[in-house]
Design a binder for this molecule. Structure first.
Ligand code: ADP
Length: 317
């Protein structure tokens, strides 16, 4: 069986630690490179005692970043600062934008062919920043750069299954647009297995999915943001990527990627993943939208466009 190397940048953080644990459990992983500017040796020592097939190695400090990335197939980036109560994802912009820029420069220099999974918020801006950095380095492959929006899908599936009394593992709701507030658009009309919703249910579920991150920030009351569910969702996206790299021909996920589905340069939608990254877009998801969904799609575009442009401007300043 093929096995792959995965690097987690920001591995000692609230998302990074549980994400690294879940990736350590994958039978498709041979080596897990854990990178952080602090506290990563302990995380690697701890994980290395789990008797799963992969090896966990620690890398710390800018001088070890290159070694953390060499030979890696998938790079996952949760590094940054978390949301505090009252903060929007955009408040994180200036700090996280700089962190992502630095880390992606190192990815470009050391593993330009890897799948890159961006988790650091605001994803609507950090993905365009990563694209610009990769372009500046002459190694941009739009098929291999992903904003991780899996948590929006995971939440949509969970909340819809609860509301409609469906068996959770059967439920699949595509979520399109972006990864903040109203830019998150669950396509409830495309729910599988098919379910019918009243107007009130559509409004309630849509708003709950869009604000689910805030639900967690408030419940944690100063102790952080969504980390466990985020790690779970990100690990699922890693596993899907590894299955695609391994030649599985039946891998579909939603992700925020360079896209021609709309007039926006980046857009989250369902994609088919293959060995070379994005293999196809599921265009049909955007056809036959309900009135509610079409209006929400038009309404999210200005904010999403502004976030994308802010990222591009940051990277080129
Ligand atoms: P979250 O809940 O989003 O994971 P944390 O603050 O718990 O937020 O974790 C973020 C992690 O990112 C921390 O472990 C921090 O040390 C790490 N980090 C911050 N800046 C960098 C950087 N430049 N390179 C790598 N890791 C970083």
């Amino acid at each position: 069986q093929a096995s792959f190397k995965v690097a987690v940048l920001g591995a000692a953080g609230g998302i990074g630690q549980p994400l690294s644990l879940l990736v350590k459990m994958s039978p498709l992983v041979s080596t897990l490179h854990l990178y952080d500017i602090a506290n990563v040796k302990g995380v690697a020592a701890d994980l290395s005692h789990c008797n799963t097939p992969s090896e966990a190695l620690a890398f710390t400090g800018p001088e070890q970043l290159g070694d953390a990335l060499k030979g890696v197939d998938v790079v996952v980036i949760p590094a940054g600062v978390p949301r505090k109560p009252g903060m929007t994802r955009d408040d994180l912009f200036n700090i996280n934008a700089g962190i992502v820029k630095t880390l992606v420069e190192a990815v470009a220099d050391n593993c330009p062919d890897a799948f890159i999974h961006i988790i650091s918020n605001p994803v609507n801006s950090t993905v365009p920043i990563a694209a610009e950095v990769l372009k500046q380095k002459g190694v941009y492959n739009p098929k291999k750069l992903f904003g991780v929006t899996t948590l929006d899908v995971v939440r949509a599936n969970t909340f819809v299954a609860q509301k409609k009394n469906l068996k959770l593992i059967d439920v699949d709701v595509p979520v399109i647009g972006g990864h903040a507030g109203i830019t998150i658009l669950p396509l409830l009309s495309k729910t599988k297995p098919s379910a019918s919703f009243t107007d009130e249910e559509i409004e309630e579920l849509t708003v709950r999915i869009q604000n689910a991150g805030t639900e967690v920030v408030e419940a944690k009351a100063g102790a952080g943001s969504a980390t466990l569910s985020m790690a779970y969702a990100a690990a699922r996206f890693v596993e899907s990527s590894l299955r695609a790299l391994d030649g599985d021909s039946d891998v579909y996920e939603c992700s925020f990627v360079q896209s021609e589905l709309t007039d926006l340069p980046f857009f989250a939608s369902r994609i088919k993943l293959g060995k070379n990254g994005v293999e196809a877009f599921l265009n049909s998801d955007l056809q036959g939208l309900t009135d509610y969904e079409s209006k929400a799609l038009e309404a999210l575009k200005p904010e999403l466009r502004a976030s994308i442009e802010k990222g591009i401007a940051f990277a080129n300043k």
